[in-house]
Structures are given as structure tokens and as C-alpha cells.
Design a protein around this ligand. Structure first.
Ligand code: MSP
Length: 600
């Protein structure tokens, strides 16, 4: 054995398994990369609102779904604690400067508690005030600086504290506000901006335009839905299809620091106590520091891979697309490139696979704002409707991502009723005393062979007659996990819910048409209706698990069955065949439970 290997295997020098795997490259061969999903880190300048819960639930749905598919999952959420916005909010709150950490500790905890209450399964809760994050920011800054990606320059332009964003002249307008004052505001967000002219550190964003255009043009799922990828290409000034000339002037370099005299609350620029790192440069790096960056340099081929990098999925709102789709990828490319004149097209530290971008929630058809008093409170909503019903509503209405959607009590009520009646009441119907009584003691002499030809045919791929409700419901049920999986793999959560609701609607229609509680219904049909109905609830519950984990758990406990439907789709008869179906339900005692309890 080579001396190097025997030395690291010696108990005295024992390495943790992960270190050994990285050193030897075993990881890539023996294990797959963890699935890594992130939410934006929230500004802890006020209490969480429904938009924050939406980000968390969206990420959680994909985290849980991928876990069910057998992936090791890393899921980052957290808070973005530096910058003028927090510095100002803290000062207003305490009436004095310098208490930002105390302010963030308390508000960051509220976001953490929101996640706990909503059954969010994040594996990491990262804060930009954490020491390891500060180390990562310094490390990356120094690396980029040493390679010539950072220079000191004069910045003159506009800055919005609300947006924590620099704007150019063409991005602002002058208006008269409600108080009759003339103010300059961002055209995009309407936030007030202030003029600044200062010496800042600049990042050579302009060097990355071609690399980014080429990356986004050739990666169709780099930003999803496609409308947002088009937006990114437009921001980059990519030539419109069929035309050679670009639509915008060169991508400008960006300012990545503020003078300490203006911004005290932040990470100091390495080696320059007079400058504070720009809050977005700091915040975007949380996705790396939260995945263990700086990674051991020896794992040079794919650093960060064992910890999950690159992110498989980043959830963001449409307002922060530029930061995630242009600034962060440019920083990552810079980390992997030797100099601004030699930008790599195959970065050692790759870009995130997909940025899932969503539109916004309005409240009662208006932009949520404190002054309008229409900010939807996620904690109160979960108290009122329960965690799962709120999660259901967020995904049923918000799971298409494309256009703004509205939060209103009436709508939450309507949609809660939809799932309560289609699933909750259906379960109570098929487990009712009347039906249970009619199947007790019914013991077909031929066992599973006594099942009707229609039901048996389902397992042989025979298309049922239109009037054979049970066989049709069973066919729909058996096809559901694969359909849901297709939608979830393409981030179309609302489409998955459409398919789930479709099966439930058919189940309700079927049970009404069959009327198994009636004495006119023969005992064999009652037995089959119950078995097929229970199977439908089991499979629907399994498909809902990423979205409504609490409900799925109740169903599993009630049935005493903990099979994973997403693991099932590829499996053959042992789980999916006629015998499995028969064994699962025949003679099983089920006491139907109330799945949803609403506090009015
Ligand atoms: N701190 C930055 C993100 C830094 S990530 C490195 C930030 N924070 S935020 O708290 O203002 O917003 C967090 C997320 O909530 C963003 O994705 C934003 O789009 C989203 N939402 C804010 N208002 C929203 C709605 N009304 N509706 C849906 N999402 C909303 O931006």
C-alpha cells in the first residue's frame, strides 16, 4: 500500500469519511450529488408575510419530493441581515444606532419559527452574520481581486435603500408624492432613490456578457418558466432571434461596496476598513457558504459537489431575477476563470441548474403594503386554516409561477373547501359505518379471483367500460403517480394538483353513482368500491405528500401503510399488481379520520 494511503488510514490520522472521499475522488464514483434547493434569504426588517411563506413552501415541496425519490437533500433558507435597510430599520426600532445584531437576532428567529410552523424541512438556516459566511465572502473577494475582477472606481448614480439596488438615470423617474414632494423613484419598483457619487469597488460584470448570453441561450431550463429566461436574455442585451445586433449597450460593471461612512452595518472589504461590501454581493454568496464553502482545495475537479453545489433549484421572486441570473453566475464564472480576458465556459464551480422564478402575491387585488394594511400574515392564516390548507392554496394558485396571483380570505376558503370536500369528505364516505358494516364478514370464496373482470382487467392493461366506475377509478389512480412525477420533474406543481383533483373528482362521482350504502348495491360491488376508494385515497395522499405532508402522514397512520408512491411507479407486481392490491385492502380495518380541522 502506498505510504500516503496507509498514513491516512492509520487510526491516529483518521480522516472523516467525507474528507477521505474527497481526497480520493471516491465520492463521484460511489455516491450521487445531494439535491440542493435554496430559497432567497429574507430581509429581517419586518415580520414575515405570505410571500415569504410561499418561497419556503415552494422550496419545501421540491425538497420533500426529491427526498421521496431517494435523493439526499440539502435545503437552505435563512436571513439577509446586512445593508442600509436593516441599519435603518434597527435605528427606527431602537431609537439609536449600533444595535443591528440584536435586531436581526429577534427578527431572524421569526422567520425560522415560520419555517418550523409550516413544516418546512430545511437542513440549513443560514444568516449572513454567521462567521463562516463572512469568511466565505472574504475568501471570494480576495480571489476575485487577485485575478483583476475587482477595481476601485468612481460610482455616480442612484441608490434605493428599499431595494438595496443601484440604478442608472434611465432606470429612474421624478414624481410628486402624496405629500406633494418631488421625489425620484425607480421605474421598476417605485421605490424612492437617492443620488450618490462615491469611490467604490467595482466588479467587472461587463466581461461576462457573452459567456452569459451563450449559457442562457443554450440551456433551456436554466431559468424557468421560459418567460423569465427571455427576460434575462433581454437584460443581457442578447440579439433578438433572427437579428445580429444586440438590443442594449454593453453590460455595465457594478459597484460592490459602499463607503463605511454611509454603510456601517456589513462585512468590511478585506484590507480596506473604509469600505463595506455591497449587501447583494454578500447575500448571494450565502448559497455557497451555506453549502460549506470554502471547500477543500484538493477536491479540485468538482469542489462543493459532495455538499450539494451546484444548486439544483433556486427559488426566487421575479424582482430578484437580475441578481440571481446575472450577478451570481458572473461571480461564479469569475471564481473559475484566471482573468477578465479569459472567461471560462466550463466553470469548475458550476452555475445553479435551474432558477425557478415566480410572480408575486397581491392581497385583495392590491400590492401588499403596510400602509394599505393588507399584508397577509402567514402565521395567522395557518392558525385559521391549518398548515396544510394554506400550503395547498399557495401551490394550487401559485404553483404556475407565471403571473401575479391574489390572496384573499374568500379564495382561501373556496380552495380549502375544494380539498376538504374532494378528499376529506370522500374519505369519510368510503369509510362510513354503513359501508364498513356491509363489507364486514364478506369473504369471497375465491379470494382475489372473485374480483370483477373489470378490476382484474385493470392490472392487465385492459381499458374498462365507461360505466365501470370502480375499474375506471382504479385505472386513473394507478396512472396518477407517474403523471404527478412528470409535472414535478418539470416544476409544474399546479399541474400536478390538477391531476390529483381530477382523480378525486372522479372518485366522488363514482361513489355517488354506485351508492354503496344503498341496499340495492350488491355486497361484491360494495367490497370493491371500498377497496378501490381506499387505494385512491392512499395514492392521492402519497402524491400530495410533498405539498401537504401533515395530511399525507394522517392518511398513512390511519391505514398503517407507509409506502412511497413515487418509489412505486417503476416497480412491478410486488407493489403494483393485483395481489398487492388485494392483500393491501382485503380485510383491512380502517377507521376514517377527519383530515382537516379549521379554526373559524
Ligand atoms: N434579501 C433579498 C434576497 C437575497 S437572496 C440572496 C430579498 N429579500 S426579501 O425578503 O425582500 O424577499 C424575499 C423573497 O420574497 C423574494 O424572492 C421576493 O420575490 C419574495 N417576495 C416578496 N414579496 C412577495 C410577494 N408579494 N409575493 C411573492 N413573493 C414575494 O429580496
Amino acid at each position: 500500500m502506498p505510504a500516503f494511503v496507509s498514513s491516512i488510514l492509520h487510526p491516529k490520522n483518521a480522516l472523516r469519511l467525507g474528507q477521505l472521499q474527497r481526497l480520493t475522488g471516491l465520492y463521484r464514483h460511489n455516491s450521487t450529488k445531494p439535491y440542493y434547493v435554496t430559497t432567497p434569504i429574507f430581509y429581517p426588517n419586518a415580520s414575515p408575510h405570505i410571500g415569504h411563506l410561499y418561497s419556503l413552501v415552494t422550496a419545501d415541496v421540491f425538497a420533500r419530493y426529491n427526498k421521496l425519490k431517494g435523493r439526499d437533500v440539502r435545503f437552505l433558507a435563512g436571513t439577509d441581515e446586512h445593508g442600509l435597510k436593516i441599519q435603518k430599520a434597527s435605528k427606527v426600532h431602537f431609537g439609536e444606532a449600533g444595535r443591528e445584531k440584536e435586531f436581526c437576532d429577534s427578527l431572524s428567529q421569526r422567520f425560522r419559527d415560520l419555517g418550523k410552523k409550516a413544516w418546512i424541512s430545511n437542513t440549513c438556516y443560514a444568516r449572513t452574520t454567521d462567521a463562516n459566511h463572512k469568511r466565505a465572502v472574504h475568501n471570494i473577494w480576495k480571489d476575485l481581486d487577485s485575478k483583476g475582477f475587482i477595481y476601485k472606481g468612481k460610482y455616480s448614480g442612484w441608490y434605493s435603500i428599499t431595494d438595496e439596488c443601484f440604478y442608472t438615470d434611465s432606470q429612474v423617474t421624478t414624481i410628486t408624492n402624496a405629500k406633494g414632494e418631488t421625489v425620484t423613484t425607480s421605474l421598476e419598483t417605485g421605490a424612492v432613490v437617492e443620488w450618490c457619487s462615491e469611490e467604490n469597488y467595482m466588479f467587472r460584470l461587463s466581461s461576462f456578457r457573452d459567456a452569459l448570453i451563450s449559457y442562457y441561450s443554450s440551456n433551456s431550463t436554466s431559468v424557468y418558466p421560459p418567460q423569465y429566461r427571455d427576460d434575462v436574455l433581454q437584460m443581457l442585451g442578447a440579439p433578438a432571434q433572427g437579428s445580429e445586433s444586440s438590443t442594449l449597450p454593453e453590460l455595465a460593471d457594478i459597484s460592490i461596496s459602499r463607503p463605511r461612512s454611509r454603510l456601517e452595518w456589513g462585512i468590511q472589504v478585506p484590507g480596506d476598513p473604509d469600505h463595506t461590501v455591497y449587501v447583494w454581493f454578500d447575500a448571494l454568496l450565502i448559497y455557497l457558504s451555506g453549502a460549506g464553502y470554502p471547500w477543500p482545495s484538493l477536491s479540485s475537479e468538482a469542489p462543493g459537489l459532495p455538499e450539494g453545489w451546484p444548486a439544483d433549484l433556486q427559488i426566487i421572486g421575479k424582482d430578484i431575477l437580475r441578481f440571481h441570473a446575472i450577478y451570481l453566475p458572473a461571480i461564479l464564472l469569475a471564481m473559475s476563470s484566471p482573468s477578465p480576458s479569459a472567461i471560462t465556459s466550463s466553470p469548475r464551480i458550476p452555475l445553479a441548474h435551474t432558477i425557478l422564478t415566480h410572480a408575486h402575491w397581491t392581497s385583495e387585488q392590491k400590492k401588499m403594503s403596510k400602509s394599505l394594511g393588507n399584508v397577509a400574515d402567514p402565521l395567522a392564516s395557518m392558525d385559521q386554516w391549518s398548515v396544510d390548507l394554506v400550503r395547498f392554496y399557495l401551490m394550487r394558485i401559485g404553483g404556475r409561477w407565471r403571473g401575479d396571483v391574489d390572496w384573499s380570505e374568500r379564495q382561501v376558503d373556496n380552495h380549502s373547501q375544494e380539498i376538504q370536500s374532494q378528499l376529506g369528505n370522500y374519505l369519510l364516505r368510503i369509510t362510513s359505518k354503513k359501508i364498513t358494516k356491509r363489507v364486514e364478514g364478506v369473504e369471497p370464496s375465491d379470494g382475489m379471483d372473485s374480483l370483477s373482470p373489470g378490476i382484474q382487467g385493470v392490472f392487465e392493461g385492459v381499458e374498462p367500460a365507461e360505466t365501470d366506475y370502480n375499474a375506471n377509478l382504479l385505472t386513473l389512480t394507478r396512472a396518477l403517480p407517474a403523471k404527478v412525477q412528470t409535472h414535478m420533474d418539470t416544476w409544474e406543481v399546479a399541474c400536478a394538483l390538477d391531476d390529483i383533483i381530477h382523480v378525486l373528482k372522479y372518485a366522488n362521482k363514482a361513489v355517488t353513482a354506485i351508492a354503496p350504502w344503498s341496499n340495492d348495491c350488491d355486497p361484491q360491488t360494495v367490497l370493491e368500491t371500498r377497496m378501490v376508494g381506499l387505494e385512491a385515497v392512499r395514492v392521492v395522499g402519497g402524491c400530495l405528500e410533498p405539498i401537504m405532508p401533515n395530511t399525507a402522514q394522517k392518511i398513512q397512520v390511519m391505514f398503517g401503510i407507509h409506502e412511497n408512491v413515487f418509489g412505486e411507479t417503476g416497480k412491478a407486481d410486488a407493489v403494483h399488481g393485483l395481489k398487492a392490491f388485494w392483500d393491501r385492502w382485503h380485510g383491512r380495518k380502517v377507521d376514517g379520520v377527519k383530515l382537516f380541522e379549521i379554526q373559524k
